[in-house]
Ligand binder design. Sequence first.
Ligand code: ADP
Ligand code: ADP
Ligand code: ZN
Length: 214
Amino acid sequence: MNLILLGPPGAGKGTQAQYLIERYGIPQISTGDMLRAAVKAGTPMGVKAKECMASGALVPDEVVIGIVKDRLQEPDCGKGFILDGFPRTVAQADALQGCLDQLGRGLDGVIALQVDEDALVERLTGRRSCPACGLGYHIKFDPPTVADTCRCGTGLVQRDDDREETIRKRLQVYREQTMPLIEYYQQAESLIVVDGMLEIETVRDDIQAALQAG
Ligand code: ADP
Ligand code: ADP
Ligand code: ZN
């Protein structure tokens, strides 16, 4: 199963990826997570990406395209993959297409999660994540059992870019650079539009039903 999760920041891509990993036994490829790891480790790529990420802008296409190309060739992607947060520009989508053609693989679905902007801001400001295992939570919509603590026992943190000014900038970047991909994949006939405003479990079931039908 080769999937893309498409949607604005806060749409629920990471949340739904967790279910898809379990259901299909395929890895999540989150460019955001990979870039944050590079920033933390202080690699040359991390140094390049840091400022873009902090301001809410996109990291240059060639940087992310390079990471994804390498990642898709790793053995655990043999059964499939879930791209989360990539592609985000038409140039990235074209590069992905070229890479998949080369590998002789296609896409089984591009899942577009649709969520209103006001809801996105509320989701992102209340988002918390585990710095150890990467699991995501929401203070109101998906709270941890023990306050501020992951089920693995680690204290939860808030991402630096999940603050209101940066959120507005990221949403603008989404509208300008990523939204055109909806039409891109509609033309390729691989688009599955899902109402991301519903509850987490309902969205999960709707995605599952659409993938089974397809
Ligand atoms: P993305 O990966 O698309 O940026 P996340 O999966 O991290 O989004 O979700 C953003 C925040 O919204 C998280 O705190 C998550 O717990 C919460 N969330 C995700 N899906 C829903 C939903 N359907 N309803 C309410 N909150 C949600
Ligand atoms: P969210 O789903 O909440 O928008 P991500 O974790 O996917 O957040 O991305 C965080 C940041 O990492 C983005 O704002 C951007 O700076 C950078 N980034 C992630 N994926 C890409 C990509 N495909 N192209 C360019 N920049 C990216
Ligand atoms: Zn954890």
